[in-house]
Write a protein that binds this ligand. Structure first.
Ligand code: HEM
Length: 193
């Protein structure tokens, strides 16, 4: 095979331990088994590189094609959303999520119905753009022993922290979340430069 064209990274690692730019402010096991707390965390684009010996925990996930978004929604999202790494986004949330076997036994059309027709995940999420920037990572197909199905990552300004709390509460109250059997909510902050 010819050499692959340069591409943007898709596989990301989240490594917690004694160092890293993000300070871990709060860890809440929303449902299911908790994960240990640690002082700091880094996001790396090459998680297969050797883990630091002092890592408290590490999670990994890969970006993928969209499963549920329809054309009109995709356009609305693209018009409103902004990318990660904005200077004012000094707060972040790392929320790993696992869904139960009942979810994975549904067909694609049934899952879409729960996700949007019943839960309005996208309609709710759109209200928080562009304040919240996000990246969704999938874990399920990385191997048989991944602890979560999804790793979600969000960045926002300190002034939007309350809005972000409101967003997660709205999603957790939706029918989609009845299928979530493990969720940990990790909040982080960048120290002032
Ligand atoms: C900032 C507002 C948000 C927007 C605009 C948004 C938008 C979306 C969209 C468009 C998808 C579907 C991607 C696809 O078609 O495959 C999605 C999936 C997902 N989102 Fe959100 N979201 C937001 C906030 C959140 C939050 C706060 C959480 C966690 C608490 C979350 C967790 C997830 C998960 C786990 C999935 C994957 C669902 C699955 O494939 O079963 N989202 N989101």
């Amino acid at each position: 095979m010819s050499s692959a064209a340069p591409s943007t990274p898709r596989l990301f690692g989240f490594i917690a331990g004694s160092d890293g730019p993000w300070r871990i402010e709060h860890v809440q096991a929303v449902v299911g088994e908790p994960i240990p707390t640690a002082p700091r965390m880094r996001v790396v684009a090459d998680p297969l590189a050797q883990l630091p010996a002092n890592a408290s925990w590490s999670l990994r996930g890969i970006t993928s094609n969209e499963r549920y978004v329809e054309r009109e929604e995709k356009t609305k999202l693209a018009d409103k959303q902004q990318g990660l790494g904005r200077v004012e986004s000094t707060r972040a949330a790392l929320i790993p999520i696992r869904k139960n076997t009942a979810w994975w036994a549904l067909t694609q059309d049934e899952r879409r119905r729960v996700f949007e027709a019943q839960s309005q995940h996208i309609a709710i999420g759109l209200k928080y753009l562009p304040a919240v920037a996000r990246r969704l990572h999938h874990c399920r197909d990385l191997g048989p022993s991944e602890p979560f199905d999804f790793i979600t990552w969000f960045e926002y300004a300190p002034a939007d922290s309350a809005a972000f709390d409101e967003l997660v509460l709205a999603l957790r109250a939706s029918p989609e979340w009845q299928y979530v059997d493990r969720e940990v909510d990790i909040r982080l902050a960048l120290d002032p430069a």
